[in-house]
Design a protein around this ligand. Structure first.
Ligand SMILES: Cc1ncc(COP(=O)(O)O)c(C=O)c1O
Length: 485
């Protein structure tokens, strides 16, 4: 009977994009070391029945957490004043960093609170969307600072917006959409001088940059950095469900906790957002960190650096295609070369669709109009993993061929469809409900998303629609996918 159940799961999994082998350049982080997966499975299985809610009953949880935090803290040059928690992932680490900063800002600014001032969350526009979510959940104003078309923010533009209502300024190491390392030193120093907390979001790069060559100081060596997030389920190579949030100073760390004795049940002390917590991802990450140690991460990072060099070399040889800005670390964004004549340009979304037809998956990122009216170009994101080194030649060839196939093709245009949506009366102040959203999606030919379907048209529509409408449509698309019929 179990065999039948597992056989069905295997069939379901067959429709997924491959998680191993390096053909999917987003979402998955394959070290190329199957023995790590085996170790992680065994460790996760040993810890499976444990409830991470209460380390007084299950002290193994505290022991593993302590060792994982110590490893990450050392890698990012945190001293003994730095402590932290293991969370369920990057988003939870980011949410908690913001919640903590808001709690402390409120405590430190009673007059502003009494006067009804809302705390502000300041960051470059390329900061991960998890911070928008945090601002919404914890009631802060989100203040995104525009970047250049190379995805780089000017430090002075951020510094100029630092003021007493800023509860937290966030910089990324690196930013996911561009791969750029934000000007951490300048921003953190300016924040420190004004008594403002500064979070480094190293969810993406936190387990790579410590071993990357020639990185400007970005971590706890920078004195104004007060907290940092780093994901073990990305370049820590652990299975999903584990990240670390570090704070400078116990007082700040403790402000992250929720504790109550004000109910008739057991006293509740939650360091993170969840109550009951699986110990399996922690155990898997703990085992992998033990196994890899400094030297393991050094080797894996060297492999990523060779992949990054190889891909950059290849893109340089491809007419009409360019790398956005100057990425540092394991992310690269590809854009059409704005200096090339139009008939030679390679639209990154056409490129992504063409690559998908040949079994390679890179991630579409829509063009984006910033608050000052300037536009960040549409791009395609590549997450570079160690395993890709083995098929780097094959990937370079596929990239060149795909570029040849789409060079000069007009980018998908969402204006006609977006016009139709507007003609039906939908806009930022009139958002379609579930039924109307579904009708619009079907009209746009996006009623069914398979993992290998061309996405350029849907992305072009997203670029053109007012954000609230696009968000309603995408919500509907995802909700329908898992809705029982
Ligand atoms: C820089 C950065 N921060 C935060 C996150 C959110 O992480 P998660 O998807 O684990 O919630 C990501 C995810 O890619 C990221 O790249």
């Amino acid at each position: 009977m179990n065999d039948g159940i597992l056989e069905r799961l295997r069939r379901l999994r067959a429709a997924d994009a491959p998680t191993h082998g390096g053909h999917v350049l987003a979402y998955v982080y394959d070290s190329g070391m199957p023995e790590l997966d085996e170790l992680a499975d065994a460790a996760a299985s040993l810890a499976r029945p444990v409830n991470g809610l209460d380390p007084t009953v299950f002290p193994s949880v505290a022991a593993m957490e302590r060792e994982v935090i110590r490893f990450v803290r050392r890698a990012v040059h945190g001293g003994r004043d730095v402590t932290g928690s293991v969370t369920s992932g990057g988003t939870e680490s980011c949410l908690l960093a913001v919640k903590t900063a808001r709690e402390l800002w409120r405590a430190e600014h009673p007059d502003a609170v009494a006067a009804g001032v809302r705390p502000r969350l300041l960051a470059p526009v390329t900061v991960h969307a998890a911070f928008q979510k945090a601002a919404r959940l914890f009631d802060l104003d989100f203040d995104p600072v525009p970047c250049g078309s190379d995805g780089v923010v000017v430090a002075d533009a951020l510094v100029a917006r630092l003021a007493g209502d800023v509860a937290l300024v966030v910089v990324s190491a690196p930013a996911y959409p561009s791969g750029a390392l934000d000007p951490i030193r300048v921003v953190a120093a300016a924040a420190r001088a004004r008594g403002i907390r500064c979070h480094v979001d190293a969810c993406f790069g936190g387990l790579v940059l410590p071993w990357w060559r020639d990185v400007p100081d970005w971590d706890f060596r920078v004195r104004g950095v007060t907290s940092m997030s780093a994901d073990l389920h990305k370049f820590g190579y652990a299975p999903k469900g584990v990240s670390v949030l570090l704070h400078r100073g116990r007082r700040q760390h403790r402000a992250q906790f929720f504790a109550t004795t004000r109910w008739p049940g057991y006293p509740v002390v939650n360091p993170t957002l969840l109550g009951t917590r699986s110990a399996s991802p922690l155990a898997a990450a703990w085992a992998i960190v033990q196994r890899l140690g400094d030297s393991g991460y050094t080797d894996l990072t060297a492999s990523i650096a060779r992949v990054a060099d190889g891909i950059r070399d290849e893109v340089e040889r491809i007419p009409g295609l360019a790398v956005m800005g100057h990425p540092i670390g394991p992310a690269i964004a590809l854009v059409a070369d704005a200096d090339a004549p139009r008939e030679l340009r390679v639209d990154p979304h056409r490129l992504a669709d063409e690559l998908a037809r040949h079994g390679w998956r890179i991630q579409h990122q829509p063009g984006f109009v910033q608050s000052d009216g300037t536009r960040l170009p549409r791009s395609a994101h590549l997450t570079l993993t160690p395993v890709l080194e083995r098929s780097l030649t094959e990937f370079r060839r596929a990239l060149g061929r795909a570029a040849d196939a789409v060079r000069g093709r007009r980018p998908a245009d969402g204006r006609v469809l977006a016009g139709a949506v507007r003609a039906l009366g939908y806009g930022a102040d009139r958002v379609p409900g579930p039924a109307a959203s579904w009708r619009l999606l079907r009209l746009a030919g996006a009623g069914r998303i398979a993992s290998d379907r061309p996405m350029a048209t849907l992305l072009a529509l997203i670029e053109e629609l007012p954000a609230p409408v696009a968000e309603a449509l995408l919500t509907e698309l995802l909700a329908r996918m898992s809705e029982p019929r």
